[in-house]
Design a protein around this ligand. Structure first.
Ligand SMILES: [Zn+2]
Length: 204
């Protein structure tokens, strides 16, 4: 995988772009125009450097952004990663941060029955080392009520965007079967990409 920089839900593969990071870190509200201008500048730079492609994570979030983006670049594919709501909810509520070192952990242990006869979903917790155990804090807004409301808002915003790309034949729906170890090979399969790690271990 290429190194990726995450900028508040927006991932640009390749090298980091200081100006974008600064803008997002310094102000919470970034207008669509600013984001799209910086994005198109970054894409042009990448093309000049010979980058073969890019991945945007969590962007566009609105129809308006999707429409402006369409005028800037032609996306090959949009992947809608879906996780069962009970697992999402548990993962959000289980988030913990170490108040001393800032490490991020998750105490949720997810083990739920498969849907429609599907396989069980198991996602182990990401537990802190002993020295962090007594210093864990959770975000005040990671409560069931608030997370459910955030999910509702997310669905209201994302459904039209999903429809936008579905109508263009570009939307791939992908139901996450569990954590990264189960999901990664299945996602590569869905994308018709050979897993470089599997190849290596097969050759060893
Ligand atoms: Zn710690």
């Amino acid at each position: 995988m290429m190194p990726a920089v995450q900028i508040e839900g927006l991932i640009l593969s390749g090298r980091s772009n200081d100006s974008l990071t600064e803008i997002v870190n310094n102000g919470k509200l970034v207008s669509d125009e600013i984001i799209i201008n910086l994005l198109s500048k970054r894409l042009e730079e990448g093309e000049e450097k010979g980058e073969l492609g890019f991945i945007l994570d969590g962007f566009p979030r609105t129809i308006r952004q999707a429409e402006i983006l369409e005028g800037v670049t032609d996306l090959d594919l949009v992947i809608n990663l879906k996780l069962r709501e009970e697992a999402l909810l548990a993962k959000c509520i289980g988030r913990r941060t170490c108040s001393q070192c800032g490490g991020n952990f998750n105490v949720a242990s997810i083990d739920i029955e498969g849907e429609n006869g599907g396989p069980r979903m198991y996602m182990p917790p990401l537990l802190p080392p002993p020295e962090c155990e007594s210093k864990l804090i959770s975000r005040a807004d990671d409560t069931e009520e608030v997370v459910k409301e955030r999910l509702r808002v997310y669905h209201d915003l994302s459904e039209p965007v999903e429809e936008f790309y579905r109508a263009r034949g570009k939307l791939l729906e992908f139901n996450l079967p569990g954590g990264i170890p189960e999901s990664w090979p299945k996602l590569l399969q869905a994308l018709n990409i050979e897993d470089p790690d599997n190849k290596r271990s097969a050759a060893a």
